[in-house]
Design a protein around this ligand. Structure first.
Ligand code: ASP
Length: 366
């Protein structure tokens, strides 16, 4: 169930101007899904529990001081992002589709744990997106004195509302904003469970840095095609597994994974530039699975850098077994892209051919 809170009136009567000139008369829809940003400590157990958007609003009086119209919608109940799933992604896409013409941009408040998966999924599901969709959250709840949530929230709103000299959105793509950095959503990974600086885009430059001013790196920001209408997608197929290699992995672990009933794709996390063991059983199992129509995508366990399967003999053998190159994809992006492509009902060969093309700026192919 979704609840709509509309609090434009608060902004109409507010005359404190803390936003830049180019934010005037712009509107942003805030979609509150849950996460630490909106949690409060249970006084009995000490555990963090979700609270609703109205409570969150009380902790951010700054929201009422913007010149930007802000409406909000919330998931009811809000969820810890560990419970995120394709149905919740579809809810977000529905909200954006239904409200697309009424807002300059969208801010999604989301738990950090699976934010990179959601951002990646939305980047594929929102085809022809021409407006900002900014995901943000926080490491400390918004009610806590040292919270990073207020800063993340206020700057995300500013970015979602920002337009250029011709009134076009500056960042028409799905992004994560966290701790002063705006990153392409499908390039981002959560890499720290504790620091405020929790996310990194290892293989793609940051789109903007927020200091006294927000400095946009326009050369690396997606250029929207305004002639194409938004095309939302809702069909995702989750018959996917992730197989992470480690020295000593047993044959029966690989065999059991590849034999999962209904399995259609595997993201295999390999070593370095895409290498894996040269054991006969390993290559045989991969080859047999590929021949059965399972799409196997090779991504590296390293945070930064790309898979180059031709570089070492071990990679070449995997290539010969029918494994496809995931280039510099994050695991989050590879998994959600597979869900998206399989959701279209494409056959294995079509999925393989689209996996080695960039469809939302998610991989770099030199
Ligand atoms: N468990 C929380 C979540 O992802 C953590 C966070 O928001 O930072 O929902």
């Amino acid at each position: 169930m979704l609840v709509l809170f509309c609090f434009n009136a608060i902004f109409v009567y507010c005359n404190i101007d803390i936003m830049p000139e180019n934010l005037k008369k712009t509107s942003v829809l805030l979609i509150y899904t849950g996460g630490t940003i909106g949690m409060i400590e249970n006084s009995e157990t000490g555990a963090l529990e979700n609270f609703n958007y109205e409570q969150l609003q009380k902790h951010v009086p700054e929201l009422a001081k913007t010149n930007c119209n802000i409406d909000s919608m919330q998931f009811d109940p809000p969820i810890d992002s560990s419970d995120m799933d394709p149905a919740a992604w579809c809810k977000m896409v529905h909200i954006i589709e239904d409200n697309y013409d009424h807002y300059n941009g969208f801010v999604i408040l989301h738990g950090t744990d699976t934010m990179a998966f959601t951002a990646s999924a939305l980047s594929f599901m929102l085809e022809n997106l021409a407006k900002p969709v900014i995901l943000t959250g926080s490491q400390l709840p918004i009610g806590v004195l040292r919270t990073d949530g207020k800063e993340n929230l206020m700057t995300s709103i500013e970015i979602a509302a920002a337009v250029d000299e011709n009134d076009y959105p500056i960042v028409p793509e799905v992004c994560i904003f966290f701790e002063n950095h705006l990153m392409r959503g499908n390039r981002t990974t959560k890499m720290n469970a504790e620091n405020f600086n929790a996310f990194r885009s290892f293989n793609y430059p940051v789109l903007a840095k927020a200091g006294i001013h927000i400095k946009y790196n326009k050369a690396v920001i997606h250029k929207a095609d305004y002639c194409r209408p938004l095309k939302p997608h809702y069909l995702l197929n989750t018959n996917i597994a992730i197989l992470k290699l480690f020295p000593g992995i047993h044959e029966n672990v690989v065999a059991a994974t590849l034999a999962i009933d209904g399995l259609q794709a595997v993201v295999i996390e390999t070593y370095g530039s895409g290498n894996g063991p040269q054991r006969k059983w390993f290559l045989r199992l991969l080859k047999e699975a590929s021949q059965r129509g399972i799409v196997i995508v090779n991504v590296t366990q390293c945070n930064a850098g790309t898979v180059e399967m031709e570089r070492y003999e071990t990679g070449i053998h995997m290539l010969e077994s029918g494994i496809i190159c995931g280039y510099d994809s994050t695991t989050e992006s590879a998994v959600t892209k597979l869900m998206f492509l399989l959701g279209h009902g494409y056959g294995a060969d079509k999925v393989r051919s689209l996996m080695v093309q960039s469809i939302a700026g998610e991989i770099t192919i030199n």
